[in-house]
Design a protein around this ligand. Structure first.
Ligand code: PLP
Length: 409
């Protein structure tokens, strides 16, 4: 049996009190831990490989990987060396660093649909830049988006209503993921004002099982964009650099016109990117997008080091192997403990739910029991493997999840 520690130590609780006084809600956004668990620490002081340590010195085997960005493991030596080296030259300078050119060249060489690249800070910048480019290229306004899909947390695409006006989203037309006829109906509704079709490589909306893309749907969206003269944008912010380095739809042979990247692109440094086809180069040049920190050299150096490491070819197959080991182990445990579970999505981006689990009560209790046994995972958002997970780490995780299933009684 693995050790069980009572949820939340004294340093954690003291930080909660201090945070509530000076940060609205104590914390906000996806990292507001109270929104999903009573047994996970809010504050993490360090990370190493596939382990993170909280403010009370408790170590967790990490299945969230910084919620996606950490694809090679926390403090990966090669990326850390690149960061330290670039810091020795400077980060935020008066012009872009040459490393921007180095990294753009590497992206264009890696991603078949990329003839050019632009950099920004995060995934929302990237999706917003894609939409702006598409509107500039077409002179049209409407954007098709899948109902419930997450493309960032600014008013034009936010999924939460507070502080967002109807006008902010007036030019979005919704379709249902994997339902081509609904996308065709949305395109018809947009009529001759259709600028872009925005789509994620798979359905990974929170609080529902993940759903892989139907290849016919992906091909159908490509044809729909071609037929309507609109721009096909793939939001690869979450899946990018975990499924296929050339882009997550590359195995399907479906190439986007524009792709939004972020999360895993720089192993945890703040960086986003847009890549696009030759025909959209002038439109990308015509728009005005920028930011004080968009040209910072350290994240670009981290991106260059991350993609260089990924291109060696071991990280993705390793994540598939360890992800499959985790999935197989969890499936066996559920059967042994008499629970019916579903595991969805690609194995390197796992998600687990319990059958008939009203209000996520069972999965939350299980995730909290795992947290108390030193495994950091989420009840209703997908998890992320990193290349730092070894088979032995997965077995260690499985020992603890087995006890978490047992604790559900
Ligand atoms: C995380 C995410 C975004 C937003 O990226 P940020 O870096 O949080 O701005 C956009 N699209 C998808 C699919 C994401 O998962």
């Amino acid at each position: 049996m693995t050790a069980v520690t009572p949820a939340l130590g004294e340093h954690e609780l003291a930080l909660h009190d201090r945070a509530r006084a000076v940060i609205p809600g104590g914390m906000y956004g996806h990292m507001a831990v109270t929104s999903f668990s009573a047994a996970h620490p809010q504050f993490i002081v360090s990370g190493d490989g596939c382990r993170v340590t909280d403010a009370d010195g408790r170590e967790y085997l990490d299945l969230m990987s910084g919620w996606g960005p950490v694809v090679l493991g926390h403090r990966h030596p090669g990326v850390t060396a690149a960061v330290i080296d670039q810091l020795g030259h400077g980060d935020c300078l008066d012009g872009a660093s040459p490393v921007a050119v180095d990294f753009a060249e590497l992206l264009v060489d890696t991603v078949p649909s990329a003839d050019w690249a632009m950099f920004c800070k995060n995934g929302t910048d990237a999706t917003t830049t894609c939409v702006t480019t598409a509107r500039a290229a077409t002179g049209k306004r409407k954007v098709l988006v899948a109902r419930g899909a997450y493309h960032g947390a600014v008013p034009w695409c936010s999924l939460r209503g507070a502080g967002v006006t109807d006008e902010d989203q007036a030019h979005l037309v919704h379709y249902d993921y994997n339902d081509l006829s609904s996308a065709e109906a949305a395109a018809a509704e947009a009529g001759d004002d259709l600028a872009a079709i925005l789509v994620c490589p798979m359905r990974h909306d929170v609080k529902r099982d993940q759903e892989l893309v139907d290849p016919a749907f992906a091909r159908g969206l490509r044809a729909l964009a071609d037929r309507t003269g609109s721009v096909l944008i793939v939001d690869d912010v979450r899946c990018g650099f975990r499924l296929d380095l050339g882009g997550s739809w590359e195995p399907l042979g479906v190439r986007p016109d524009l792709t939004a990247w972020s999360k895993a692109i720089a192993n945890g440094q703040a960086l986003g990117a847009v890549t696009g086809i030759e025909a959209l180069r002038d439109a990308a040049r015509s728009i005005y997008v920028t930011g004080s920190f968009w040209y910072a050299a350290v994240p670009l150096a981290a991106g260059l080091a991350t993609l260089t490491e990924l291109r060696k070819g071991r990280a993705l197959p390793d994540m598939v192997r360890t992800g499959q080991r985790l999935r197989d182990g969890l499936a066996q445990q559920a059967v042994a403990h008499g629970f019916e579970i579903r595991q969805t999505g690609p194995v390197q981006m796992p998600m687990l739910s319990f059958a008939g689990d009203e209000g996520f009560r069972l999965v939350t209790a299980w995730a909290e029991a795992a947290g108390e046994r030193g495994v950091y995972l989420h009840p209703w958002h997908n998890w992320f493997l990193s290349a730092a997970h070894t088979d032995a780490d997965i077995d260690d995780i499985l020992d603890r999840t087995n006890d978490a299933f047992a604790a559900l009684g």
